[in-house]
Design a protein around this ligand. Structure first.
Ligand code: ADP
Ligand code: ZN
Ligand code: ZN
Length: 730
């Protein structure tokens, strides 16, 4: 028997091995240890067959079968194989991405275990009265009598702090035995919170979603921030749990939304696991196995949690579906949103995509009736919608980005003892350091970019490669000029706020201020306890937080998002504005949202504020259609880089020649061009964009092209990658 094995190496083929002696069946989904070159590698069994393309004399036998039963199902193998074909990424690497690190390394697929004590066979025949001469032992022994089956150390300690000596004696007398059991999950609330009384729109959504359980469907739940989407999820989840099935909930970033996890824990008395990149590998392994073995019923996770095996799959929810963090931007560049739908289809279960600001792709699919569309257009409970104001800052005297009318609004809000949230999507003090007399600019030697001033640390840092140097005041070029900060970062605004409002507490939330473990949680805690007056931060703030006492939100610089060469930029800006605005006035107090701009008549801003996100999205879709951009076409971006600018261009020229000799079905070939930021971390980046109005033709082309690229000698000198459905042309 020949076993086809996927191995995590950058080669797009499977490897054939012989079954070990005496073994005549290995199930797909098991891991095996195989000889590979001079090394041993962990591989994943994909299939078995009678024959091989390779002469069987040259095949080597598998060294060891690592799992007695498959770790993932046939359907999940189907999913991963689909993903490998669609993203043109080696199957072994795709498999590897779906498994926790320790399983990739061949460790046992076993939950961590703990000791449990129970009555032995001999103990069963004992009348506890026979222990009356050792009263402590009698007392402890009686803790184990039915209906109790077994007790862990922790459970024993809860009943009697001093249990150890007695248990030791009972073990010696063979009256108790030890059993290893999977570590119990910390189950949530013993008395779960009741569901809220759903309002009319919620009820309608819940009813429609309930009707879809048990079969594949995709629903786009478009609900404004605070409209009670989470409540809808929870009521549908309850029905899935009642059917004895599991739910996979994918979020952009869990660490930023601890409130959601708390709500789930209060509501459901089932095992809830979580999986995201900040966890240790043993923690991720536990979550993976808890779902695989059915100990947990709910998994909250970020994009890579999509691949977690489910014993009894019932529902997949993707919250904030528009968020670009669902697209992996390096290595296996998959979209968790798109693959969630593929998985839902394979597993025949419903998929819910929720957001206040749907991606244009999802809206397009809803309009084409590929997805069901549900609306929640009112805020749930008592909260009312915020009011939007555009502040024209042309000819205004700005104080580090703050216009006088904005400062007045901040004062007014603070006087009412309400909180202010200021948004600026740039960390550091200022993005540029420039010489006042000769205009020299501090630039990164490794990247095509300027160095960012970090005043607190007295350093200049490159935000692209991590290069850093000391901050100096004197121009290295003309030796006399004074160096000045140019532009605005959160650190600079923070300083200004301290000067303007010396008695108020200001908290800055960005990657720098939350680097220390636990720092973010501390800041959030302070904000929620009302100890903070002004919250200032980057896009971290746009994601899912509830700040009930925030009634004024201001976006300091909208314009930086209005002019970008990437066609995705306007969509992202509109989503960001609505998401940040959604943080205002979530409780009973009305909120106000101020946008500072030098482009008060820009159509994006006027449509968005006057008619709402949906009108914006409709006009953006019209623009995309006129330009035949996604979702009206499909794209794939071939990126190449090397330490010299020649080799990448040579490869891309070669690729263009190959394409010219192929049937391309009118595929547009744009490039080769240098990447928008050509030099990064000492490498020269070039790219080639392929676009076709029909996805299948683009895929056909890639099917032929990618294996050719693997064979090209020009490809060996560079690093290259393919990005199917890129969300970022950078
Ligand atoms: P979203 O997820 O759409 O932002 P949430 O589900 O977080 O909205 O709901 C926003 C707030 O409204 C929460 O505080 C929630 O408890 C409350 N809420 C949701 N649904 C209801 C309801 N039917 N009745 C009363 N309050 C509700
Ligand atoms: Zn100078
Ligand atoms: Zn750099």
């Amino acid at each position: 028997m020949i076993i086809q094995v996927a191995i995590a190496i950058p080669v797009n083929s499977l490897f054939d091995y012989l079954a070990p002696d005496g073994i005549d069946a290995i199930s797909p989904g098991c891991r095996v240890l195989v000889p590979f070159g001079k090394h041993k590698k962990v591989g994943f069994v994909i299939s078995t067959s009678e024959n091989s393309d390779v002469n069987t004399d040259r095949l080597k036998p598998i060294i060891e079968i690592l799992d007695t039963s498959p770790l993932i199902s046939e359907k999940d193998i189907q999913l991963l194989s689909w993903a490998s074909r669609y993203y043109h990424y080696p199957l072994g690497e795709v498999f590897s991405a779906a498994f926790p690190v320790s399983l990739r390394k061949g460790k046992k697929a076993q939950l961590s275990q703990e000791k449990h004590y129970k009555i032995s066979a001999k103990g069963e025949c004992l009348n506890p009265d026979q222990l009356k001469r050792t009263p402590k032992q009698k007392q402890i022994f009686e803790l184990f009598l039915p209906p109790v089956t077994s007790l862990s150390s922790k459970q024993l300690s809860q009943q009697d702090k001093n249990w150890r000596p007695a248990v030791k004696s009972l073990l010696e007398k063979d009256l108790l035995t030890i059993e290893l059991q999977a570590k119990a999950l910390s189950h949530s609330a013993s008395i779960p919170e009741k569901a809220l009384q759903a309002n009319e729109q919620q009820t309608q959504a819940i009813n429609q979603l309930s009707a879809q359980l048990g079969q594949f469907s995709v629903t786009l739940l478009e609900g404004i921030t605070g409209s009670g989407k989470t409540e809808v999820y929870m009521q549908v989840i309850q029905q899935v749990l009642d059917l004895g099935q599991q739910v996979l909930v994918l979020l952009p970033e869990i660490t930023l939304t601890p409130q959601l996890e708390d709500r789930f824990k209060r509501r459901f008395s089932v095992g809830i696991s979580r999986s995201h990149s900040k966890l240790t590998d043993p923690q991720r392994l536990s979550a993976w196995l808890e779902m695989q073995q059915g100990h947990s019923s709910i998994l909250l996770g970020t994009r890579s949690a999509l691949f977690t095996p489910l014993k009894k799959p019932g529902l997949i929810i993707l919250d904030e579906e528009h968020d670009s963090s669902f697209k992996q931007q390096e290595g296996f560049r998959f979209s968790a949103r798109d693959l969630a739908i593929v998985r839902g289809k394979i597993l025949n279960i419903p998929v819910i995509l929720g957001t206040a600001t749907p991606s244009l792709e999802s809206l397009y699919n809803a309009q084409n009736k590929r997805y069901q569309l549900l609306h929640l257009s009112e805020r749930a409970g008592v909260a009312i919608k915020p009011q939007f104001l555009l502040f024209d800052i042309r000819n205004q005297q700005l104080q580090d980005g703050l216009s006088p009318p904005l400062i007045a609004q901040i004062k007014k809000t603070l006087a009412k003892k309400e909180q202010v949230l200021l948004f600026l999507n740039r960390r550091g003090f200022a993005p540029v350091q420039i010489c006042h007399s000769c205009a020299w600019v501090a630039r990164c030697h490794h990247c095509d970019t300027s160095l960012v001033i970090h005043f607190d640390e007295r350093r200049l840092r490159c935000h692209h490669c991590g290069y850093q140097q000391h901050l100096s005041n004197q121009c290295p070029s003309c030796k006399t000029g004074e160096l000045k900060p140019l532009g605005l970062g959160t650190e600079r605004v923070e300083k200004s706020l301290h000067a303007l409002f010396p008695t108020q507490k200001v908290v800055r939330l960005d990657r720098d201020s939350t680097q220390r473990k636990g720092a973010l949680e501390e800041h959030l805690e302070q904000i929620n306890q009302g100890k903070v007056d002004i919250i200032l931060g980057t896009q971290m703030l746009a994601k899912g937080h509830h700040f009930p006492n925030v009634t004024l939100v201001a976006i300091l610089d909208v314009d930086s998002g209005l002019f970008s060469i990437d066609f995705h930029a306007t969509e992202k800006l509109a989503q960001l504005i609505i998401q940040v605005a959604g943080r205002a006035g979530r409780a009973e107090k009305p909120g106000k949202v101020i946008l500072q701009t030098r482009q008060p008549a820009h159509p994006l801003l006027t449509v968005l504020l006057k008619d709402g996100y949906n009108s914006f999205a409709q006009s953006a879709l019209v623009e995309r259609q006129q330009a035949m951009l996604p979702p009206y076409s499909s794209q794939a971006l071939l990126r190449v880089y090397a330490t010299n600018p020649i080799d990448p261009q040579n490869l891309l020229k070669r690729v263009c020649e190959i394409i010219q000799n192929m049937e391309t079905h009118n595929t547009l070939v744009l490039g080769p061009v240098s990447a928008p930021m050509a030099k990064r971390a000492g490498n020269y980046h070039f790219q080639l964009l392929l676009q076709n109005n029909q996805r299948k033709y683009l895929q056909l082309l890639l099917d032929q092209l990618i294996p050719e690229i693997y064979r090209l000698k020009e490809a060996k000198k560079v690093r290259w990658s393919l990005d199917v459905d890129p969300v970022d042309l950078y």
